[in-house]
Design a protein. Structure first.
Length: 246
């Protein structure tokens, strides 16, 4: 599954609050066709776009997400990290639900790399509801969603339940058994931390027939180098820094 050479990381996290509707719009306005977003589980079963186990790093909320229900998010500001640099531009930015994110990505004609992010709960408690939301959604029907995860059990369950949805095997430093793990879930792409990569390692992955995407690349020269090696695409917080070098 070919995504694109430049993919917005958590929307476009350098220029707009991460995992938000504004972040998706910022990626689109930067000329990107694909974004990567994280979906996690709340205590009441709600599915929201957020990365961390807790709310404190990038919102004015407190505590673990698994201890909260969707109502707690009323009035939570996901734009607080941009207050000093952008004033009130992102004041009151909400944490979106999975459905809200899917609807916006679809409305903008973009594609979505949806990372399923596990935080100390059963795999099925998150995966099955996510697949249920994707079932029948036009973005999924059009083949514009790819699911990735660091958690191998997540990908195995996705393969079992929805073999039609393409999967990306997500690694930090790739383990020695990366190929068997990738084959086991029938992944079509491999995603890896860019700091691990050399030209020889890129070649090894590509020779096995996989598209290779790497994160998080915010330096234009590094992006050009990786793409020259044959990497299929890079995830970036700062699309402009990458585009100006390509």
């Amino acid at each position: 599954m070919r995504m694109s050479a430049i993919i917005g990381h958590r929307g476009a996290a350098h220029i707009a609050p991460e995992n938000t509707l504004s972040g998706i719009k910022a990626a689109y306005q930067s000329g990107l066709d694909w974004v990567e977003l994280d979906v996690i589980l709340m205590g009441d079963g709600s599915l929201i776009m957020h990365h961390d186990r807790t709310l404190s790093r990038c919102t004015n909320g407190k505590g673990e997400v698994l201890s909260k229900s969707i109502g707690y998010l009323d009035g939570i500001d996901a734009g607080v990290l941009f207050r000093d640099s952008h004033g009130d531009r992102f004041f009151g930015e909400p944490i979106p639900t999975l459905l809200q994110a899917l609807d916006l990505v679809h409305a903008l004609g973009m594609g979505l790399n949806l990372e399923i992010k596990m935080h100390q709960h059963e795999v099925g408690d998150l995966v099955l509801p996510v697949l249920s939301v994707l079932d029948g959604h036009p973005l999924s029907r059009q083949g514009r969603v790819l699911i990735s995860s660091f958690n191998h059990q997540v990908l195995l369950l996705c393969k079992q339940q929805r073999p039609d949805i393409p999967l990306g095997q997500l690694f930090g430093m790739m383990p020695k058994n990366w190929l068997s793990l990738t084959k086991e879930v029938n992944a079509v792409t491999v995603h890896v931390n860019q700091s691990w990569l050399t030209e020889a390692k890129v070649k090894t992955v590509l020779e096995q027939g996989y598209e290779l995407y790497c994160y998080t690349v915010n330096d234009g020269k590094r992006a050009k180098n990786l793409l020259d090696w044959g990497v299929s695409g890079v995830f970036t917080d700062d699309p402009a820094a990458i585009k100006c070098m390509l």
